[in-house]
Write a new protein. Structure first.
Length: 209
C-alpha cells in the first residue's frame, strides 16, 4: 500500500541522515491525499512536508528517484498513472475527513495517531510494524544503562506514534459507529500486537548492544 511505501521512504531518508518524524510522515500522507498521485504533484507533496532544510534537497532527490522511479514498470505505472476519474479512488488516505469516523472534524491536523487509527481499523499489521520501528528509531537514547528503563522507552515510543490519542479516538469511533464486539476485539488484538512488537524490538536492540 502507498502509505507503507511512504513510511518506508521516510525511514530511508532517516538512514541517509535526514531527520524525519512520524508527524512529518503523516503530513506527507495527508498532502498526497489532497493533491493526488500525478508524479510531479506526488513529489511536491513529499518534498514540502519531509524537507525542512534545503541542504538536504539533493539527497532527497537522489533517494526519491532511486526509491520511487526505479520501481518495476508495472508498479511505477500503478503508482503514478492515474486518470482524473480514478485519482480519488487510488488515494489510500483521507487523513482529514474519514479516518476518525463520521462527525469527528479536522481536529489537530496531521498527527501520527491518525495513521495508527487507520492501521488498527484496517488491521494492517505491516503498517503497525513500520510505525513501531520508526518510533523506536526516533528514541533519543538506547544506551545499555537504559535497559532498566525499558517500560519508559516503550511509553516514549507509544507517545511518538500517537498511541494514547489513537486509543481514545478508537473508543469514540466505537461509540459513534456502534462497532460490533467482534470488530472491537480485533482492534484490541492489533494494539496488543503492536505493544508486544515494540517490546520485542527494544529487547533485540539491547541484546545486540
Amino acid at each position: 500500500m502507498l502509505e507503507e511505501k511512504i513510511l518506508e521512504f521516510g525511514r530511508l531518508l532517516r538512514k541517509g541522515g535526514i531527520n524525519i518524524s512520524v508527524t512529518q510522515i503523516t503530513a506527507a500522507l495527508e498532502a498526497v491525499a489532497l493533491v493526488g498521485l500525478a508524479q510531479d504533484d506526488f513529489y511536491t507533496a513529499l518534498v514540502s512536508t519531509l524537507i525542512t532544510d534545503q541542504m538536504n534537497l539533493p539527497l532527497f532527490d537522489k533517494l526519491f528517484r532511486l526509491f520511487f522511479l526505479t520501481l518495476p514498470q508495472d508498479d511505477s505505472q500503478r503508482l503514478f498513472t492515474v486518470s482524473k476519474e480514478q485519482e480519488q479512488i487510488k488515494i489510500p488516505l483521507d487523513l482529514v475527513q474519514s479516518i476518525e469516523g463520521k462527525g469527528m472534524g479536522r481536529g489537530a491536523g496531521a498527527s501520527p495517531y491518525l495513521l495508527l487509527v487507520k492501521s488498527v481499523r484496517e488491521q494492517n499489521y505491516s503498517l503497525l510494524r513500520q510505525l513501531a520501528e520508526m518510533g523506536i528509531e526516533g528514541l533519543n537514547s538506547l544506551e545499555q544503562e537504559a535497559v532498566n528503563e525499558r517500560e519508559d522507552l516503550v511509553a516514549e515510543v507509544k507517545v511518538s506514534i500517537g498511541w494514547y490519542m489513537a486509543v481514545n479516538t478508537l473508543e469514540r469511533i466505537r461509540e459513534q459507529e456502534q462497532v460490533s464486539e467482534a470488530v472491537y476485539l480485533r482492534w484490541q488484538d492489533c494494539l496488543s500486537y503492536l505493544e508486544e512488537y515494540i517490546e520485542s524490538q527494544l529487547e533485540d536492540l539491547f541484546v545486540k548492544k
